[in-house]
Design a protein around this ligand. Structure first.
Ligand SMILES: [Zn+2]
Length: 219
């Protein structure tokens, strides 16, 4: 159930499941409706960071940034275990004050088994858009001993830019090893770290009118 103290206009932005999954921890609920909209009309930027790690195991496809990578192992996880996209989702949620990926897509929910993380990213982008924010730019670092991501860089950046609804030059992808040190260096897992900047959607009077604000504002 949506908490009784949540203004109806804000409550309507999220599904019942969202509230059940802990959205009442979000900063939105610290405001009255008028305070929230007044605050969100001030020019503002919000920054968020995300970090994720998944274990490399045999018998799984390796998906990074929505792209299937040719590699003998894949990442273990409930969804498609796209570690790069998970870190990006957490960065965007963090900037918007909306908690973390586990609150929105719990790994106890069978609906998210082998789910596309790019699909989750699109859902998150829609939610953030309805709160009056658009993604301004994204900076990603992937930590992996192998495989090399150079041949996939263009496709990954394109997948992420499309999902978020921004131009490809606003998505930066870096990859590094850990000089064969630690679990990443031994090839036991892959990590990703992302910083995302949110900017206010211009013409905030229209902030709640559709899921497509994010795309429109960058088209
Ligand atoms: Zn993850």
């Amino acid at each position: 159930m949506t908490p009784a103290h949540v203004p109806s206009r804000i409550a309507a932005m999220f599904s019942v499941d969202d509230w059940a999954n802990g959205l009442d921890r979000s900063q939105v609920l610290g405001y009255t409706e008028s305070q929230y909209w007044l605050s969100s009309r001030e020019p503002a930027l919000r920054i968020g960071q995300g970090f994720d790690v998944h274990r490399l195991v045999p018998g799984r496809s390796l998906i990074l940034g929505g792209e299937e990578i040719d590699y003998p192992k894949g990442l273990e996880g409930h969804s498609d275990a796209d570690v790069l996209t998970h870190a990006l989702i957490d960065a965007i949620l963090g900037a918007a004050g909306l908690g973390d990926i586990g609150m929105h897509f719990p790994d106890s929910d069978p609906a998210f088994r082998d789910a596309s993380s790019i699909g989750m990213l699109q859902v998150v982008c829609s939610k953030v858009s309805r709160l009056g924010w658009k993604v301004s730019n994204i900076d990603i670092t992937v930590f992996a001993e192998n495989p090399k991501l150079g041949p996939y860089r263009k496709a990954i950046v394109s997948n992420l830019a499309d999902a978020v609804g921004i131009a490809v030059d606003r998505v930066n992808l870096k990859a590094t090893t850990t000089e064969r040190l630690g679990f990443i260096g031994r090839g036991e897992g892959i990590a990703a770290s992302v910083v995302a900047l949110l900017d206010e959607i211009s013409g905030t009077g229209n902030k709640d009118d559709s899921d497509e604000n994010c795309r429109r504002n960058h088209s």
